[in-house]
Write a protein that binds this ligand. Sequence first.
Ligand SMILES: NC(=O)c1ccc[n+]([C@@H]2O[C@H](COP(=O)([O-])OP(=O)(O)OC[C@H]3O[C@@H](n4cnc5c(N)ncnc54)[C@H](OP(=O)(O)O)[C@@H]3O)[C@@H](O)[C@H]2O)c1
Length: 306
Amino acid sequence: MGGFLGFVYRQWTVKPKPLPPALSLSGKTALITGANSGLGLEAARELVSRRLSRLIIAVRDPSKVWPLDHDSYESIAGFGKRTEKLERLDYALLNAGVKMMSYEKSALGHETNVQINHLGTSAVSLAVLPALNKTSKKFNTSTRLTIVSSEGHFWIPFKERTASNILMHMDDPKTFGTQQQRYYTSKLLNVLWTRELASKISPEEVVVNTVNPGFCYSGLHRHSASFINVFLWLFAWTPEQGGSCLTDALVRQGGSHGAYVSEQRLTAPSPFVLSPEGATVQKKIWSETIALLKQEAPAIDMSMVA
Ligand SMILES: NC(=O)c1ccc[n+]([C@@H]2O[C@H](COP(=O)([O-])OP(=O)(O)OC[C@H]3O[C@@H](n4cnc5c(N)ncnc54)[C@H](OP(=O)(O)O)[C@@H]3O)[C@@H](O)[C@H]2O)c1
């Protein structure tokens, strides 16, 4: 149920639950991007309260945490290299994101929602894969990568999909669309990327999934028109509840390789994603993204997938 009524029903009736208090993550290491605020911060608190042994908090403005800026491939490649030096990495929660309501060019020259949410997140996913894979082999354990997407991926026309080069086309301000369209399209790209990435690696190497955290109070909505406050008041979950959706997908959901997790269960992504056209666009987005990253971010290790 991806329409507005389904959204209202779920936001009102579902109460996301934290990980069971008895669950122990002792001995495990996790990293979370965008963990200085909002859902990432709450997910971090929850993992630590379940006795996680080491947590890497990846933020743009570092003091005692690891630097990571999705708008710099140098930063992303450096971050990936640093994860390879870890004794182990069991979980990676790629949560950092923005919701820009008007066209802005990022420092790297792409539209900002696309850069931060899709290109940056995709680049980080490739950069941390070797560390996750090494851990699963070394400790004969299951390692996991979760990409934070959104139910909003159901709600967009994605007109850009017919362009000869979709990502280049999205650099054109004329294609930005209205309201939250571009943000939601970037979240659709997260779903498509996750599915294609999962098809390239086995769950024995790394389990890869994507999660909708639900509509939650957080700083994400700061660029939205003021009427969003009415929606938040009527429907929003707390950041803690959103954080619990993230930890659930990251740590608990079994059989979730390539899957979309919403309301703490495996569920179908949008009809477009599951359509034959969606399957073709998924492969096209993958090829375009890999080609772009090979050109713009050659320092990122892609050996596991390309
Ligand atoms: N809240 C919701 O209703 C909702 C619904 C669906 C999906 N989501 C998704 O949930 C995730 C977390 O969002 P949130 O609601 O917790 O929002 P938030 O409080 O605004 O957190 C976003 C995080 O992303 C980081 N970030 C932004 N730009 C970055 C960059 N260039 N490089 C590295 N990190 C960057 C932010 O760091 P700074 O503080 O440095 O900017 C912040 O830590 C996002 O992927 C969002 O799309 C949220």
